[in-house]
Design a protein around this ligand. Structure first.
Ligand code: FPP
Length: 261
């Protein structure tokens, strides 16, 4: 089966830069379902169709990384039946999407406190990560049992252990040291964070990594967010001027030499 990016890459002309890394807070599943007179879980089920369309579109456009906020550490507090449904959906998704991921050269990986997932969902995640490991196209990161504060706490715990073992000295610690302890230090910071369903917050998502991300909030709920909505967000990004605390030609603080303020 194909394990390379689909060719040729079909990148639309947006009249400006295209992001390398897009991150999405997929919100509004419940509200969308309730508006249709359905139970909340139907919103999650329809949300899978949006995940498939956005993932495939992004891969075909040659995006390097896509991070989807699929389940937060706070989501464990939802009613048991909804959590069980989401975990069943995840398990099914991780098997049913394998052909699509392979056809589009997508490498899937999980980030978060993955050990907190039910054993069957975790094993499907590990199998899909393994199956797609050699794919050279887009990296699709599913944030699962993810929270930024827990990511930073996990990073600090590891750093303290390294310090106690004599492998880390206070003078050695800078931004890059901290990055090295995050769940996935290799993927560059998101250039653009999209949030669906209108709310203006980051909800404990990539707080450190999104320091200089452009934010785009749409009223569209996740189950109805499709390629035209994605293109609208990418067009808005193409028109943004990124200064990283410097002047117009400034580079991102982790990639360039300018000092951000
Ligand atoms: C927020 O909607 C969405 C979630 C809590 C989960 C996102 C999950 C999916 C899109 C489906 C599963 C995805 C994968 C990849 C298996 P909400 O329920 O908070 O909506 P509301 O704010 O309208 O209540």
């Amino acid at each position: 089966m194909a394990s390379n990016p689909p060719s040729p890459v079909e990148r639309p002309d947006l009249g400006g830069p295209f992001p390398e890394h897009l991150a999405v807070i997929m919100d509004g599943n419940g509200r969308w379902a309730q508006r249709q007179g359905l139970r909340r879980i139907f919103g999650h089920r329809e949300g899978i169709a949006s995940v498939r369309e956005v993932t495939t579109s992004c891969a075909r456009m040659g995006l390097e990384s896509l991070t989807l906020y699929a389940f937060s550490v706070e989501n464990w507090k939802r009613p048991r039946k909804e959590v069980e449904y989401l975990m069943r959906l995840l398990r099914r998704y991780l098997v049913a999407e394998r052909d699509t991921l392979m056809e589009n050269g997508v490498r899937l990986m999980g980030i978060g406190r993955l050990d907190e997932l039910p054993a069957d969902a975790l094993s499907k995640l590990r199998e899909t990560e393994e199956l797609t490991r050699e794919n050279t196209g887009m990296v699709l990161r599913l944030a699962l049992s993810y929270g930024s504060r827990t990511e930073l706490a996990d990073a600090l715990r590891e750093a303290v252990a390294d310090a106690a073992a004599g492998n880390l000295r206070p003078d050695d610690v800078d931004d890059d040291t901290l990055r090295g302890y995050l769940y996935d230090p290799q993927t560059p910071d998101p250039d653009l964070v999209i949030r669906t369903a209108g709310e203006m917050r980051l909800s404990n998502f990539l707080l450190w990594q999104a320091s200089y991300s452009e934010l785009y909030v749409t009223e569209v709920c996740w189950p109805e967010f499709r390629e035209p909505d994605l293109l609208a967000a990418l067009r808005a990004y193409a028109g943004r001027e990124r200064r990283y605390g410097g002047l117009i030609d400034a580079k991102p603080p982790d990639r360039g030499s300018e000092k951000a303020v």
